[in-house]
Design a protein around this ligand. Structure first.
Ligand code: GDP
Length: 369
């Protein structure tokens, strides 16, 4: 697939095989003059960024360039998959450049959420990960919430610098960049006439009115997120598109919840208590006895317990078991990257376990809600 031609927009080597990878263009677009990749074409002609992805190593190579620049870095994370979409180690790469943390998809939280608490939580979690942020903006690219604040913050911290936008796949980076393009550049005029300064690698420069640019980096693929291991159809099921409806389960020790056949939650030891599931409503929750759980899975995974289907299950990694002891008087979530989380009201403590495909990130955190 390696054509010996480079995009005259961003400089990436062109290829016609894989639409999700940098440098893609449809075969017939090779006849156009000048030859540019689909991503640059879209930005140039429709003022529209589209999603392009790279793996972690490639991404780190890109990131390490940012440290040498004088820029504002916007790091977009997905509130539904916070720990899955945080770029760990970002701090090391951006050098002294300020990082504005943009937390997207807040429309997915229940309407009654306490936003101050959520903001504090984000601040705390970012700090835990060693990330210094100049500010945190909560927003919804889809529902148009928080954008005034975002634009204010960008203006405040950007000064006369370029803006690099970084994020994992599916966090809403394109949606958000498209908004920034609309608000910051003199649209048609500016974009259709300006020649793209041939940037290195696969970053795309979107020129701004003041001679600066928004630089769109490819979305980083993290293998520990459910969203990266399921089919497109199942991604639509896992990714909530309406506010989460907490599902409360009163469980006794020795009971198990199945989330389709994607993952399983065991309550092993502890007093009768409630567990609140924040999981997309497309995934059915099935309650059973812990002692019956293995057998139920063996007999009904892909049928009663689905998605995934039997065939899709064969394509997914085997489950591993993660055991956690939740201490007394703590309010914790068991987080399963890309699937959601289960809030444990740990007044009396509990011993629990999560079974999830090998490689999927599972952890305990202070409760978000
Ligand atoms: P990118 O891969 O980071 O460029 O993300 P996209 O902008 O392509 O969005 C990925 C998915 O997330 C799409 O299905 C969007 O509809 C969805 N999405 C983006 N922003 C939001 C948001 O604010 N709320 C919700 N619920 N979904 C969003």
């Amino acid at each position: 697939d390696g054509l010996a031609v480079r995009c005259s927009g961003c400089g990436i080597p062109l290829q016609t095989e894989n639409p999700d990878q940098p440098g893609y263009l449809p075969e017939k677009a090779l006849e156009r003059e000048p030859v540019i990749c689909q991503r640059c074409f879209r930005i140039k002609n429709y003022n529209e960024a589209s999603s392009v992805t790279v793996d972690q190593d490639e991404f780190l190579a890109l990131l390490s360039k940012i440290g040498d620049k004088d820029a504002l870095v916007i790091h977009i994370v997905d509130l539904f998959d916070f720990e899955g979409s945080m770029i760990s180690g970002l701090q090391r790469f951006v050098g002294n450049n300020p990082v504005l943390l943009v937390v997207n998809k807040i429309d997915l939280l229940p309407k009654v959420s306490n936003w101050n608490k959520i903001r504090n939580w984000v601040q705390h979690q970012a700090k835990e990960q060693g990330l210094k942020t100049v500010d945190i903006v909560l927003c919804s690219a889809r529902k148009n919430q928080g954008f005034d604040r975002l634009l204010e913050a960008v203006a405040e911290y950007r000064g006369d610098r370029d803006v690099y936008v970084v994020g994992a796949t599916n966090v809403g980076k394109s949606t958000l960049i498209n908004r920034l393009i609309r608000d910051y550049s003199d649209l048609e005029q500016e974009l259709t006439t300006s020649r793209y300064p041939g940037t290195t690698l696969d970053m795309v420069n979107i020129p701004l009115d003041d001679g600066r640019a928004i630089i769109d980096t490819p979305g980083i693929v993290y293998p520990w997120r459910f969203s990266e291991i399921v089919s497109r159809r199942n991604l639509g099921i896992l990714m909530p598109d309406k506010p989460l409806k907490p599902a409360v389960y009163q469980l006794n020790a020795g009971q198990t919840l199945f989330f389709g056949a994607m993952a399983r939650f065991d309550f092993i030891e502890g007093e009768h208590q409630s567990f609140t599931c924040y999981i997309g409503s497309g995934l059915g929750i099935h309650r059973t006895k812990l002692e019956r759980a293995d057998q139920l899975f063996a007999e009904h995974a892909g049928e009663l317990l689905s998605p995934p289907t039997k065939e899709e299950l064969d394509e997914m990694p085997e489950w591993t078991r993660h055991e956690f002891r939740i201490s007394r008087n703590s309010q914790s979530d068991v987080f399963i990257s890309g699937l959601g989380w289960i809030r444990i009201n740990g007044t009396n403590g509990a011993l629990i376990a999560v079974h999830a495909p090998r490689g999927i990130r599972v952890l305990v955190r202070p409760s978000l809600i």
